[in-house]
Design a binder for this molecule. Structure first.
Ligand code: IMP
Length: 468
Protein backbone atom coordinates (compact mmCIF):
# COMPACT_ATOMS: atom_id res chain seq x y z
CA UNK A 1 0.00 0.00 0.00
CA UNK A 2 1.14 3.55 -0.59
CA UNK A 3 0.68 6.72 1.45
CA UNK A 4 -1.86 7.88 -1.09
CA UNK A 5 -4.00 4.78 -0.45
CA UNK A 6 -4.03 5.62 3.22
CA UNK A 7 -5.42 9.09 2.50
CA UNK A 8 -8.10 7.84 0.09
CA UNK A 9 -11.58 9.22 0.86
CA UNK A 10 -10.23 11.26 3.77
CA UNK A 11 -10.86 14.98 4.14
CA UNK A 12 -9.25 15.76 7.48
CA UNK A 13 -6.10 14.01 8.67
CA UNK A 14 -4.23 14.77 11.88
CA UNK A 15 -0.63 13.98 12.67
CA UNK A 16 0.04 13.92 16.38
CA UNK A 17 2.81 12.57 18.58
CA UNK A 18 2.07 9.71 20.97
CA UNK A 19 5.21 10.13 23.11
CA UNK A 20 7.15 13.13 24.49
CA UNK A 21 7.51 15.11 21.26
CA UNK A 22 10.36 15.00 18.76
CA UNK A 23 9.11 11.83 17.08
CA UNK A 24 9.73 13.08 13.56
CA UNK A 25 6.32 14.49 12.74
CA UNK A 26 8.19 16.65 10.25
CA UNK A 27 8.69 13.94 7.65
CA UNK A 28 4.99 13.12 7.55
CA UNK A 29 3.54 16.60 7.91
CA UNK A 30 5.79 17.65 5.01
CA UNK A 31 4.51 14.72 3.00
CA UNK A 32 0.85 15.51 3.63
CA UNK A 33 1.39 19.26 3.17
CA UNK A 34 3.21 18.82 -0.12
CA UNK A 35 1.22 15.96 -1.64
CA UNK A 36 -2.22 15.94 -0.19
CA UNK A 37 -3.52 18.86 1.89
CA UNK A 38 -4.98 22.17 0.74
CA UNK A 39 -4.90 23.52 4.29
CA UNK A 40 -2.36 22.89 7.05
CA UNK A 41 -3.36 24.02 10.53
CA UNK A 42 -1.72 24.02 13.95
CA UNK A 43 -3.80 24.16 17.08
CA UNK A 44 -1.56 24.07 20.13
CA UNK A 45 1.70 25.35 21.60
CA UNK A 46 3.96 28.02 20.27
CA UNK A 47 7.61 28.42 19.44
CA UNK A 48 8.56 25.67 21.89
CA UNK A 49 8.14 23.30 18.93
CA UNK A 50 10.81 22.84 16.31
CA UNK A 51 10.48 21.49 12.83
CA UNK A 52 13.43 21.21 10.48
CA UNK A 53 12.79 21.91 6.80
CA UNK A 54 15.07 22.27 3.82
CA UNK A 55 14.80 25.68 2.14
CA UNK A 56 16.75 26.04 -1.09
CA UNK A 57 19.12 23.34 0.06
CA UNK A 58 19.65 24.91 3.50
CA UNK A 59 18.37 23.50 6.78
CA UNK A 60 15.98 25.86 8.57
CA UNK A 61 14.00 25.30 11.72
CA UNK A 62 10.42 26.51 11.88
CA UNK A 63 8.98 26.90 15.35
CA UNK A 64 5.59 28.43 14.68
CA UNK A 65 4.65 28.24 11.03
CA UNK A 66 3.12 24.96 9.88
CA UNK A 67 5.27 22.93 7.49
CA UNK A 68 2.93 23.69 4.60
CA UNK A 69 4.11 27.28 4.51
CA UNK A 70 6.72 26.41 1.90
CA UNK A 71 3.82 25.37 -0.37
CA UNK A 72 2.21 28.81 -0.09
CA UNK A 73 2.90 29.74 -3.72
CA UNK A 74 0.84 26.71 -4.74
CA UNK A 75 -2.15 28.23 -2.98
CA UNK A 76 -1.93 26.12 0.17
CA UNK A 77 -3.41 27.77 3.23
CA UNK A 78 -1.53 27.64 6.52
CA UNK A 79 -3.34 28.44 9.74
CA UNK A 80 -2.05 29.33 13.20
CA UNK A 81 -5.07 28.32 15.24
CA UNK A 82 -6.95 29.77 18.16
CA UNK A 83 -5.39 27.31 20.62
CA UNK A 84 -1.85 28.51 19.98
CA UNK A 85 0.25 31.01 21.92
CA UNK A 86 2.14 33.26 19.56
CA UNK A 87 5.28 35.32 20.12
CA UNK A 88 4.72 37.83 17.33
CA UNK A 89 8.39 38.85 17.20
CA UNK A 90 9.42 35.21 16.70
CA UNK A 91 6.70 34.83 14.07
CA UNK A 92 7.96 37.87 12.16
CA UNK A 93 11.48 36.46 12.27
CA UNK A 94 10.24 33.27 10.63
CA UNK A 95 8.42 35.31 7.98
CA UNK A 96 11.65 37.20 7.28
CA UNK A 97 13.49 33.91 6.86
CA UNK A 98 10.96 33.01 4.16
CA UNK A 99 11.41 36.41 2.49
CA UNK A 100 15.18 35.87 2.38
CA UNK A 101 14.57 32.67 0.45
CA UNK A 102 12.06 34.40 -1.86
CA UNK A 103 9.20 32.34 -0.49
CA UNK A 104 5.72 33.75 -0.16
CA UNK A 105 3.23 33.54 2.72
CA UNK A 106 0.26 35.30 1.17
CA UNK A 107 -2.23 32.60 2.19
CA UNK A 108 -1.21 32.57 5.85
CA UNK A 109 -3.99 32.95 8.42
CA UNK A 110 -3.39 33.86 12.06
CA UNK A 111 -6.23 33.36 14.49
CA UNK A 112 -7.45 36.58 16.07
CA UNK A 113 -8.20 34.45 19.13
CA UNK A 114 -4.74 33.01 19.69
CA UNK A 115 -3.00 34.38 22.76
CA UNK A 116 0.16 36.44 22.61
CA UNK A 117 3.39 35.58 24.37
CA UNK A 118 4.52 38.90 25.84
CA UNK A 119 8.09 39.75 26.90
CA UNK A 120 7.17 39.29 30.56
CA UNK A 121 6.05 35.71 29.88
CA UNK A 122 9.44 34.87 28.44
CA UNK A 123 11.33 36.50 31.36
CA UNK A 124 9.20 34.70 33.91
CA UNK A 125 9.51 31.34 32.18
CA UNK A 126 13.29 31.67 31.99
CA UNK A 127 13.54 32.69 35.64
CA UNK A 128 11.30 29.95 37.00
CA UNK A 129 11.15 26.93 34.74
CA UNK A 130 14.05 26.63 32.42
CA UNK A 131 16.79 25.50 34.73
CA UNK A 132 16.33 21.90 35.82
CA UNK A 133 19.32 22.29 38.10
CA UNK A 134 17.35 24.68 40.28
CA UNK A 135 14.22 22.56 40.32
CA UNK A 136 12.47 23.87 37.20
CA UNK A 137 10.74 21.52 34.80
CA UNK A 138 13.26 22.29 32.07
CA UNK A 139 10.91 24.31 29.88
CA UNK A 140 12.09 25.62 26.54
CA UNK A 141 12.08 29.13 28.03
CA UNK A 142 9.81 30.57 25.35
CA UNK A 143 7.12 31.87 27.72
CA UNK A 144 4.62 29.13 26.88
CA UNK A 145 3.58 28.27 30.46
CA UNK A 146 3.09 31.84 31.75
CA UNK A 147 1.13 32.81 28.63
CA UNK A 148 -1.26 29.85 28.94
CA UNK A 149 -1.51 30.57 32.69
CA UNK A 150 -2.78 34.08 31.90
CA UNK A 151 -5.18 32.62 29.34
CA UNK A 152 -6.69 30.21 31.86
CA UNK A 153 -6.77 32.92 34.53
CA UNK A 154 -8.85 35.01 32.08
CA UNK A 155 -6.41 37.88 31.84
CA UNK A 156 -4.60 36.87 28.64
CA UNK A 157 -3.99 39.14 25.68
CA UNK A 158 -5.28 37.92 22.35
CA UNK A 159 -4.06 38.77 18.86
CA UNK A 160 -7.30 40.73 18.30
CA UNK A 161 -6.44 43.00 21.25
CA UNK A 162 -3.40 44.31 19.36
CA UNK A 163 -5.76 46.16 17.05
CA UNK A 164 -7.70 47.95 19.78
CA UNK A 165 -5.33 50.20 21.71
CA UNK A 166 -7.87 50.98 24.41
CA UNK A 167 -8.35 47.29 25.24
CA UNK A 168 -4.64 46.64 24.97
CA UNK A 169 -3.77 49.47 27.37
CA UNK A 170 -6.38 48.28 29.85
CA UNK A 171 -5.16 44.68 29.73
CA UNK A 172 -1.48 45.54 29.97
CA UNK A 173 -2.08 47.84 32.93
CA UNK A 174 -4.14 45.17 34.63
CA UNK A 175 -1.55 42.46 34.16
CA UNK A 176 1.25 44.42 35.87
CA UNK A 177 0.15 43.32 39.34
CA UNK A 178 0.83 39.68 38.42
CA UNK A 179 4.42 40.39 37.40
CA UNK A 180 5.60 42.64 40.27
CA UNK A 181 9.26 41.93 39.64
CA UNK A 182 9.06 43.16 36.06
CA UNK A 183 8.79 46.63 34.59
CA UNK A 184 5.74 46.64 32.38
CA UNK A 185 4.84 49.82 30.58
CA UNK A 186 2.07 50.10 28.01
CA UNK A 187 3.68 52.72 25.75
CA UNK A 188 7.04 50.99 25.78
CA UNK A 189 5.46 47.61 25.00
CA UNK A 190 3.38 49.10 22.23
CA UNK A 191 6.32 50.81 20.54
CA UNK A 192 8.35 47.60 20.77
CA UNK A 193 5.57 45.54 19.24
CA UNK A 194 4.41 48.07 16.64
CA UNK A 195 6.45 46.81 13.67
CA UNK A 196 5.34 43.22 14.32
CA UNK A 197 1.71 44.22 14.72
CA UNK A 198 1.82 45.98 11.34
CA UNK A 199 3.47 43.02 9.69
CA UNK A 200 0.98 40.39 10.85
CA UNK A 201 -2.14 42.58 10.45
CA UNK A 202 -3.13 41.45 6.93
CA UNK A 203 -3.14 37.81 8.02
CA UNK A 204 -5.23 38.04 11.17
CA UNK A 205 -8.58 36.34 10.64
CA UNK A 206 -11.43 34.62 12.37
CA UNK A 207 -9.80 31.30 11.53
CA UNK A 208 -12.55 29.24 13.15
CA UNK A 209 -15.03 30.60 10.62
CA UNK A 210 -12.46 30.23 7.86
CA UNK A 211 -11.63 26.60 8.58
CA UNK A 212 -15.30 25.67 8.62
CA UNK A 213 -15.82 27.43 5.28
CA UNK A 214 -12.85 25.53 3.85
CA UNK A 215 -14.21 22.28 5.22
CA UNK A 216 -17.62 22.94 3.67
CA UNK A 217 -15.89 23.65 0.36
CA UNK A 218 -14.42 20.14 0.55
CA UNK A 219 -10.81 21.27 1.03
CA UNK A 220 -8.41 18.69 2.41
CA UNK A 221 -7.13 19.68 5.82
CA UNK A 222 -4.06 18.42 7.64
CA UNK A 223 -3.83 19.15 11.36
CA UNK A 224 -0.22 19.39 12.43
CA UNK A 225 0.19 18.38 16.06
CA UNK A 226 2.84 19.83 18.34
CA UNK A 227 4.76 18.35 21.29
CA UNK A 228 3.33 14.98 22.34
CA UNK A 229 0.57 13.24 24.28
CA UNK A 230 2.74 12.67 27.38
CA UNK A 231 3.59 16.38 27.48
CA UNK A 232 -0.14 17.20 27.45
CA UNK A 233 -1.43 19.15 30.42
CA UNK A 234 -4.38 16.72 30.44
CA UNK A 235 -2.68 13.40 29.78
CA UNK A 236 1.01 13.86 30.38
CA UNK A 237 3.30 13.30 33.32
CA UNK A 238 1.94 16.35 35.15
CA UNK A 239 3.48 18.74 36.22
CA UNK A 240 6.33 17.85 33.87
CA UNK A 241 4.31 18.81 30.84
CA UNK A 242 3.74 21.69 28.51
CA UNK A 243 0.73 23.90 29.12
CA UNK A 244 -1.49 22.83 26.23
CA UNK A 245 -3.23 19.60 25.25
CA UNK A 246 -1.59 18.28 22.09
CA UNK A 247 -3.86 15.22 21.97
CA UNK A 248 -6.21 14.94 19.01
CA UNK A 249 -8.85 16.64 21.15
CA UNK A 250 -6.71 19.71 21.97
CA UNK A 251 -5.35 19.84 18.44
CA UNK A 252 -8.82 19.82 16.85
CA UNK A 253 -10.27 22.27 19.33
CA UNK A 254 -7.21 24.48 18.86
CA UNK A 255 -8.20 25.05 15.25
CA UNK A 256 -11.93 25.23 15.98
CA UNK A 257 -12.85 21.73 14.81
CA UNK A 258 -14.51 18.81 16.52
CA UNK A 259 -12.17 15.82 16.97
CA UNK A 260 -14.91 13.68 15.39
CA UNK A 261 -14.47 15.67 12.17
CA UNK A 262 -11.03 14.10 11.82
CA UNK A 263 -11.16 11.14 9.42
CA UNK A 264 -7.73 9.74 10.28
CA UNK A 265 -5.46 10.46 13.22
CA UNK A 266 -1.93 9.17 12.82
CA UNK A 267 -0.12 8.89 16.15
CA UNK A 268 3.65 8.89 15.81
CA UNK A 269 6.05 7.08 18.10
CA UNK A 270 9.73 6.39 17.92
CA UNK A 271 10.45 2.67 17.91
CA UNK A 272 12.15 0.66 19.44
CA UNK A 273 13.72 3.54 21.38
CA UNK A 274 12.13 6.79 22.52
CA UNK A 275 13.27 10.12 23.95
CA UNK A 276 12.31 12.85 26.35
CA UNK A 277 13.65 16.42 26.72
CA UNK A 278 13.54 18.28 30.03
CA UNK A 279 12.67 16.95 33.47
CA UNK A 280 9.99 14.43 34.44
CA UNK A 281 9.39 10.70 34.68
CA UNK A 282 10.66 8.47 31.90
CA UNK A 283 10.24 4.88 33.11
CA UNK A 284 12.35 3.19 30.42
CA UNK A 285 15.24 5.68 30.43
CA UNK A 286 18.58 3.98 29.82
CA UNK A 287 20.86 4.95 32.67
CA UNK A 288 17.91 6.17 34.78
CA UNK A 289 18.68 9.02 37.15
CA UNK A 290 22.27 9.45 35.91
CA UNK A 291 21.03 9.96 32.38
CA UNK A 292 18.39 12.45 33.54
CA UNK A 293 20.96 14.44 35.50
CA UNK A 294 23.51 14.32 32.72
CA UNK A 295 21.00 15.53 30.11
CA UNK A 296 19.79 18.26 32.50
CA UNK A 297 23.21 19.90 32.04
CA UNK A 298 21.87 20.82 28.61
CA UNK A 299 24.34 22.42 26.26
CA UNK A 300 27.30 21.26 28.35
CA UNK A 301 26.57 17.80 26.97
CA UNK A 302 25.53 18.69 23.45
CA UNK A 303 26.39 16.71 20.32
CA UNK A 304 29.88 18.21 19.92
CA UNK A 305 30.71 17.32 23.51
CA UNK A 306 29.52 13.75 23.07
CA UNK A 307 31.40 13.24 19.82
CA UNK A 308 34.57 14.58 21.43
CA UNK A 309 34.13 12.54 24.60
CA UNK A 310 32.71 9.26 23.37
CA UNK A 311 33.95 8.99 19.78
CA UNK A 312 37.21 10.90 19.77
CA UNK A 313 39.26 9.93 16.73
CA UNK A 314 37.50 6.61 16.21
CA UNK A 315 35.22 5.84 13.25
CA UNK A 316 31.91 7.44 14.25
CA UNK A 317 29.59 4.72 12.97
CA UNK A 318 31.59 1.82 14.38
CA UNK A 319 32.15 3.48 17.73
CA UNK A 320 28.48 4.43 18.03
CA UNK A 321 27.51 0.78 17.52
CA UNK A 322 30.03 -0.24 20.21
CA UNK A 323 28.43 2.24 22.57
CA UNK A 324 24.93 0.92 21.84
CA UNK A 325 26.17 -2.59 22.62
CA UNK A 326 27.90 -1.62 25.85
CA UNK A 327 27.14 -3.57 29.05
CA UNK A 328 26.37 -0.27 30.75
CA UNK A 329 22.88 1.20 30.21
CA UNK A 330 23.92 4.84 30.46
CA UNK A 331 26.50 4.25 27.71
CA UNK A 332 23.89 2.44 25.58
CA UNK A 333 21.72 5.56 25.93
CA UNK A 334 24.59 7.77 24.74
CA UNK A 335 25.11 5.42 21.77
CA UNK A 336 21.45 5.64 20.77
CA UNK A 337 21.53 9.44 21.11
CA UNK A 338 24.55 9.64 18.82
CA UNK A 339 23.19 7.07 16.36
CA UNK A 340 19.83 8.79 16.05
CA UNK A 341 21.06 12.40 16.37
CA UNK A 342 18.82 13.07 19.35
CA UNK A 343 19.57 16.70 20.23
CA UNK A 344 16.82 19.32 20.57
CA UNK A 345 15.79 21.21 17.42
CA UNK A 346 14.80 24.22 19.52
CA UNK A 347 17.30 24.10 22.38
CA UNK A 348 20.09 21.71 21.13
CA UNK A 349 19.88 19.91 24.49
CA UNK A 350 20.74 16.18 24.53
CA UNK A 351 17.54 14.16 24.61
CA UNK A 352 17.16 11.45 27.23
CA UNK A 353 16.93 8.02 25.57
CA UNK A 354 15.20 4.78 26.58
CA UNK A 355 13.26 1.81 25.19
CA UNK A 356 9.82 2.32 23.68
CA UNK A 357 7.17 2.07 26.36
CA UNK A 358 4.15 0.14 25.07
CA UNK A 359 2.29 0.90 28.32
CA UNK A 360 2.28 4.57 27.33
CA UNK A 361 1.40 3.66 23.74
CA UNK A 362 -1.62 1.66 24.90
CA UNK A 363 -2.92 4.74 26.70
CA UNK A 364 -2.16 6.83 23.60
CA UNK A 365 -4.25 4.45 21.51
CA UNK A 366 -7.22 5.13 23.77
CA UNK A 367 -6.89 8.91 23.46
CA UNK A 368 -5.57 9.41 19.93
CA UNK A 369 -6.94 6.30 18.25
CA UNK A 370 -5.43 3.08 16.90
CA UNK A 371 -3.31 4.24 13.93
CA UNK A 372 0.41 4.33 14.64
CA UNK A 373 3.41 5.48 12.66
CA UNK A 374 6.78 4.17 13.86
CA UNK A 375 9.75 6.42 13.19
CA UNK A 376 13.53 6.28 13.48
CA UNK A 377 13.43 2.47 13.34
CA UNK A 378 16.59 2.42 11.21
CA UNK A 379 18.62 4.34 13.82
CA UNK A 380 19.19 1.27 15.95
CA UNK A 381 20.96 -0.64 13.19
CA UNK A 382 23.89 -2.53 14.68
CA UNK A 383 22.45 -2.90 18.20
CA UNK A 384 22.60 -6.60 19.14
CA UNK A 385 19.26 -6.45 20.93
CA UNK A 386 16.56 -4.01 21.93
CA UNK A 387 13.84 -3.90 24.57
CA UNK A 388 10.15 -2.93 24.55
CA UNK A 389 8.38 -2.20 27.82
CA UNK A 390 5.11 -4.07 28.45
CA UNK A 391 4.62 -3.41 32.16
CA UNK A 392 5.36 -1.03 35.04
CA UNK A 393 6.50 -2.92 38.12
CA UNK A 394 6.58 -1.75 41.73
CA UNK A 395 6.99 -3.88 44.88
CA UNK A 396 6.40 -7.09 42.98
CA UNK A 397 3.19 -5.86 41.33
CA UNK A 398 3.00 -5.16 37.62
CA UNK A 399 0.52 -2.89 35.94
CA UNK A 400 0.00 -2.60 32.21
CA UNK A 401 -1.93 0.66 32.57
CA UNK A 402 -0.37 4.13 32.44
CA UNK A 403 -1.09 6.36 35.40
CA UNK A 404 0.12 9.95 35.34
CA UNK A 405 1.12 9.74 39.02
CA UNK A 406 4.66 11.11 38.82
CA UNK A 407 5.89 9.60 42.08
CA UNK A 408 4.78 6.14 40.94
CA UNK A 409 6.29 6.53 37.47
CA UNK A 410 9.61 7.55 38.98
CA UNK A 411 9.73 4.49 41.24
CA UNK A 412 8.68 1.73 38.90
CA UNK A 413 10.97 -0.54 36.96
CA UNK A 414 10.02 -1.30 33.38
CA UNK A 415 9.19 -4.87 32.44
CA UNK A 416 11.11 -5.32 29.23
CA UNK A 417 10.95 -7.96 26.58
CA UNK A 418 14.13 -8.17 24.53
CA UNK A 419 14.33 -8.93 20.83
CA UNK A 420 17.19 -9.67 18.42
CA UNK A 421 18.69 -6.53 16.90
CA UNK A 422 19.10 -5.82 13.21
CA UNK A 423 21.46 -4.24 10.72
CA UNK A 424 20.67 -1.65 8.05
CA UNK A 425 16.98 -1.69 7.09
CA UNK A 426 16.81 1.57 5.18
CA UNK A 427 16.34 -0.20 1.85
CA UNK A 428 13.56 -2.53 3.04
CA UNK A 429 10.32 -1.78 1.21
CA UNK A 430 7.76 -4.12 2.75
CA UNK A 431 6.87 -5.37 6.20
CA UNK A 432 7.48 -9.03 5.48
CA UNK A 433 11.10 -8.36 4.52
CA UNK A 434 11.94 -6.75 7.86
CA UNK A 435 14.22 -8.72 10.22
CA UNK A 436 12.42 -11.28 12.40
CA UNK A 437 13.11 -9.65 15.79
CA UNK A 438 11.74 -6.34 14.61
CA UNK A 439 8.68 -7.91 12.99
CA UNK A 440 7.92 -9.88 16.15
CA UNK A 441 8.25 -6.76 18.31
CA UNK A 442 5.83 -4.85 16.07
CA UNK A 443 3.31 -7.72 16.21
CA UNK A 444 3.62 -7.90 20.01
CA UNK A 445 3.26 -4.12 20.21
CA UNK A 446 0.05 -4.24 18.19
CA UNK A 447 -1.39 -7.09 20.28
CA UNK A 448 -0.56 -5.29 23.50
CA UNK A 449 -1.79 -1.82 22.55
CA UNK A 450 -4.75 -2.86 20.40
CA UNK A 451 -3.39 -0.48 17.76
CA UNK A 452 -2.34 -0.94 14.15
CA UNK A 453 1.04 0.09 12.82
CA UNK A 454 0.23 1.73 9.48
CA UNK A 455 3.63 3.10 8.55
CA UNK A 456 7.21 2.26 9.47
CA UNK A 457 9.76 4.93 8.73
CA UNK A 458 13.22 3.51 8.04
CA UNK A 459 15.04 6.70 7.06
CA UNK A 460 14.65 10.43 6.58
CA UNK A 461 13.97 10.14 2.86
CA UNK A 462 10.42 9.93 1.58
CA UNK A 463 11.03 6.58 -0.11
CA UNK A 464 12.44 5.14 3.12
CA UNK A 465 8.91 4.46 4.27
CA UNK A 466 7.05 1.17 4.58
CA UNK A 467 3.28 1.51 4.35
CA UNK A 468 1.42 -1.66 5.27
P1 IMP B 1 7.42 24.38 27.63
O1 IMP B 1 6.50 23.84 26.59
O2 IMP B 1 8.49 25.28 27.06
O3 IMP B 1 6.69 25.03 28.76
O4 IMP B 1 8.22 23.14 28.27
C1 IMP B 1 7.56 22.18 29.08
C2 IMP B 1 8.15 20.80 28.89
O5 IMP B 1 7.82 20.33 27.59
C3 IMP B 1 9.68 20.74 28.96
O6 IMP B 1 10.06 19.51 29.53
C4 IMP B 1 10.10 20.82 27.50
O7 IMP B 1 11.37 20.25 27.28
C5 IMP B 1 9.00 20.02 26.85
N1 IMP B 1 8.76 20.42 25.46
C6 IMP B 1 8.12 21.51 25.02
N2 IMP B 1 8.06 21.54 23.69
C7 IMP B 1 8.66 20.42 23.26
C8 IMP B 1 8.87 19.85 21.95
O8 IMP B 1 8.50 20.39 20.90
N3 IMP B 1 9.54 18.67 21.96
C9 IMP B 1 9.94 18.03 23.09
N4 IMP B 1 9.75 18.51 24.30
C10 IMP B 1 9.11 19.69 24.40
Amino acid sequence: MSLSNLTKDKQIIAIVCNQFGDTGKGKFSDYFAANWADVIARGTGGNNAGHTIILNGKEKILHLLPSGIIQDSKGKINILGNGMVIDIKALCQELEELEKENLTYKNLMISKDAHIIMPWHVSQDRAKNMSQKSGGIGSTGRGIGPCYADKIARRGIKIADLFDEEVLEYKINKIKQFYPEQEIDFQKTLSELKPYIEKIKPFVKNTIQEIHKLKEQGKKICLEGAQGLFLSVEHGTYPYVTSSDPSINGTASGVGLNAQDVDLTLGIIKFPFMTRVGAGPFPTELGGKSSEEYCAQGLEHDEDYEIKTYIGNANKQEKTIDLMNSEDEFTQGVGIRLAAGEYGATTKRPRRTGWTDAVLAKYARRINGPHFILTKVDSLAGAKQFGICYGHKLNGNTTTEYDQNGKFLKQITPELKFYDGYSDISQVKDFDSLPEGLKQSIKDFEDFTGGKVEIISVGAGRDETIVR
